[in-house]
Write a protein that binds this ligand. Sequence first.
Ligand code: URA
Length: 300
Amino acid sequence: MDDAADALQDGNASREALLAALSLQLAWGVDEALEAAPLDRTVPRPEAAIPRVAPGSAPAGPSMGRGADGDGLFPGEAAPPAARRPPPRPAEVLAPAALRAADLAAGAESLEALKAAMERFDASLRDTATNIVFSDGVAESGLMLIGEAPGADEDRLGKPFVGVSGRLLDRMVASIGLDRSRNFYLTNILCWRPPGNRTPTDAEVSLFLPFARRHIALARPRHVVLLGGTAAKALLGAREGITRLRGRWHRLEIEGLGTVPALATLHPAYLLRQPSAKREAWQDLLMLRRALDGETPKGF
Ligand code: URA
């Protein structure tokens, strides 16, 4: 009985210590998870994770965080030399996630079903995000804008483009008479926020691409606007950067929908950093306005 009471007391004490440690972190400004799984730094590092670089040998490659793939390293820790690294994961180990994404996306027959399928899809990004960010605006409007991935504000509110770059986007499109509550539909390639607002990896973009393509097929837009390099390169399958892709209508082939004219343009977050590029963005907006007014996009 005494043992049980002691154990209970110990349990409560360690729970209190954990809560105290957590509130200390909050007081220090830690307000988000950066890794897919919690990392207990009070336990000794596993042997395998400690880089063994002989003194005087060439430094190891760029530091790699322990990311979605769970490479066994601590954040910021250098990878062990190649000879000690575990063999690369064979493609067939990674393929099931991609196949599952493609299956789930293809099986969705409505936007609601697609959102539910994306919520079910067990991507590691889901574990560190707060809310799914599926879409905003009017799906039936005929115009669909596609960005990269949610940021902190989007993650908190569950809607795309509601932060600083979203406010710039709203002002930009307002200048050609568009409002998200009436004239367009808005989504991202990724529906979960990458931890710490990092740029999505190529692997994450390809994993979520079937959902983005199905999203377009279900919304059936007559025009698409690709905001920034990630969306443009992913959906157009292009290698060029956004500065080469922007300012033109591209032929976006979507299964079950056909060819949709897609205009690539600069991402509002880029325009916040490079205000001088707003001139080009304005030219793109005028191209969009002309197309919405009935001009046939070049090449269609
Ligand atoms: N940037 C994006 O690409 N999408 C958002 O929803 C917000 C910022």
